[in-house]
Design a binder for this molecule. Sequence first.
Ligand SMILES: Nc1nc2c(ncn2[C@@H]2O[C@H](COP(=O)(O)OP(=O)(O)O)[C@@H](O)[C@H]2O)c(=O)[nH]1
Ligand SMILES: [Mg+2]
Length: 246
Amino acid sequence: MPLFQKAVFHTTVANLPDLPADAQREIAFAGRSNAGKSSAINSLANHNRLAYVSKTPGRTQHLNYFVLDPGKYFVDLPGYGYAKAPEDIRAQWEGLLAPYLRFRLPLVGLVLIMDSRHPMTDLDRQMIAWFSQTGKPIHVLLSKADKLNRLEQAQTLRDVQAELEKISDNASLQLFSSLSKLGVAEAETLLGDWLGMESKPYSLPPVGLRGEKVARPKNRKAMGWSARKSGGVGKPGQNKKPPAKG
Ligand SMILES: Nc1nc2c(ncn2[C@@H]2O[C@H](COP(=O)(O)OP(=O)(O)O)[C@@H](O)[C@H]2O)c(=O)[nH]1
Ligand SMILES: [Mg+2]
């Protein structure tokens, strides 16, 4: 099954002392409000409404934790760039976000979501330059790539790559679309690696426990599945009905 399919909402954190104490590894998701952050988390978790996909920018002001496996988390950070009083922004940055990003030990890396039509805003640059000082990796998702044609996608990838290289030596990037699922599998592989979670081959329950029907997603294509997930089932001859390919 997709690596992050078990994701469930865990907690909302407004103050540093409330950060989950059992965290072993976690990945933070940052980006401009409306960049597609919540949608990206939903796509990775193969869930429609896990992280709330807001029509109102700037709704989420705290750290939202989603547990993937015991001790493994995705952390949805407040979106930036939303018009708010400057003193509120500074207070939030200094009181919660900056110390979290700078000192949180279980944090293994940052996923930065940028709308592929408006990538690398000043705030994106500042975030990359600032977080790079932690020595932890940054992975950029160029979101809503379905809005660009092939040529524009390639051009955007090249341009952003060139800019990234100038400000960070520990950043990677890819195209991503929550709508078309472009890049979901690629992101899953990288983030699973950061979290020390292994992609398991699709497997059926043990013979004795198997009912008539094996639960499977109804529409694998829409959920970002691919044939690669359906290999590696049990011993030969043990499975009367291996999951059908394609
Ligand atoms: N076409 C397209 N729209 C998207 C995609 N991802 C998000 N959106 C839309 O962009 C808006 C903001 O998305 P959301 O995930 O709430 O952004 P957030 O504020 O960064 O969490 C919503 O209207 C989404 O439906 C995508 O991959 N393709
Ligand atoms: Mg959001």
